[in-house]
Design a protein around this ligand. Sequence first.
Ligand code: NDP
Length: 400
Amino acid sequence: MAKILIIGAGGVGSVVAHKCAQAAKETGVFEWITLASRTLSRCTDVARSVKARVGVDIDTAQVDADNVPELCQLIRQVKPDLVCNLALPYQDLHIMDACLECGVHYLDTANYEPLDTAKFEYKWQWAYADRFREAGLTALLGSGFDPGVTNVFAAWALKHELDEVHVLDIIDCNAGDHGQPFATNFNPEINIREVTAPGRYWERGEWVETDPLAWSMNYDFPDGIGSKKCYLMYHEELESLVRNLTGIRRARFWMTFSDNYLNHLKVLGNVGMTRIDPVRFQGQEIVPIQFLSALLPDPSSLGPLTKGKTCIGDVMRGVKDGREKTVYVYNICDHEACYAEVGSQAISYTTGVPAMIGAKMIAEGKWRRPGVWNMEQFDPDPFMADLNVYGLPWQCVEVK
Ligand code: NDP
C-alpha cells in the first residue's frame, strides 16, 4: 500500500487520478491519493469527478512545482511514497530535486526540456542516477504511451518474440476527429515544440537528421482504421531504446497528421507564432508559442468532441530461432469509450493509464530499484498484464 502525490491536474493528470482511484478501490495498492497543481480549482474539479465516477475521495492541494522549497513543504505534509509528475517537462528537474530531498520515489511521462530550447534529451535526468541510487530511490522516466508503453512493447517483443531485434519502427496513429479547426491533443506548447523540431532516426550506429516532417510513408492500420500518412519525427524514447536494445540497427518514430493540422501549423510557423524565444510586444516580452497556446482549445475540453480511434504500436524486425521474423505489437483505443469512462479523450487516457501502472509497479515493488530508469529496463510482463486489466489491451501479430 502506497500513498501517491500526483502533480499536474491537466488532461493526463486527471486520467491518472481516476485510474489510481480505480486501482485503489480494486486492489488497495494506493492507500491515499493527493492531486496537486498550480491551479487548485482544476484539482477540485477532478476530485469531484473521481468521487462521482469511482466513488473514491482524493485530497487536493495547490503547488508551484518550479518552487522546490514549496514542493518539499507539500511532500512533507502529504508524506507520499511516490510522486507522479504530470505537470510539464520544464518541471521535471525541480520535482526530482524535491523527491531526493524528501526521500520519495519519482515517475514522469516526458523528458526534461529547457524552456528556451526545444531539446528532447535524457542527459539532464540520467545525470541524477547516482543520487537516486545512493538515496535508495527509484525514478521511472517516460511512463506514458510514447514514451512508455512503446518502450515496454519493445522489451516484451525482445523477451518473448525475437532473439535479436534489428529494426524498430514506432508508429503513432491518431485517427480521431475533434471537429475543431486546429487543436492539439495534449499541451499545445509541448506538442508544437515536438512536431516542429527536426526529424531524427538511428541507423548503423549514428543519428541521421532530417528537416521537420520531411519524410513520410503510408501505413495500413488494423481494426478498420485503414491507410494513413505517417511522418518521421524524433521522439525521446528512441534515445534510450537504441542504448538498451542491444543489436538494434535502425530505429525510427512515425506519427500521423491530417493535412488540415499540417496546413495550420505551416501558416502559424510562417508568421512566427510557433517561436519559443521572447519578442517585445507593447512594452512587454511575450513568447509567441505561449500566447498561441493560451488561444487554442484546452486539450481536456476535446474529450466530449473527439470521435474515432488511436492505434499506437511497434513494428519490430529481427531473428527468432535463426529465421527472420517481424512482429507488430499495438493497442487500439477509442476516444468516445475513454470519455465515457473517465471524461477524457484517448490521448490523455493512453498516457494516464501507463502512468498509473508505472506507479503501481513501483508501489508493488515489482519495478522498484534504486537509480534512474527507462521503461524497457524492467521486466515487461507485469506491466503488459496490467495494460490488459486497466483499459489498454494489446495485440501481437506476426507480419509476413
Ligand atoms: P496539460 O497542459 O493539460 O496539464 C499540465 C498541468 O500541469 C496543468 O494542470 C498545469 O497547471 C500543471 N502545471 C504546469 N506548470 C506547473 C507548475 N509549475 N506547478 C504545478 N503545476 C503545473 O498537459 P497534459 O496533461 O496534456 O500533459 C501532461 C504531461 O504529459 C506533459 O509533460 C506532456 O508532455 C506529457 N505527455 C506524455 C505523453 C506520453 O505518451 N508519454 C503523451 C501526452 C502528454 P495549470 O492548470 O495551472 O496550467
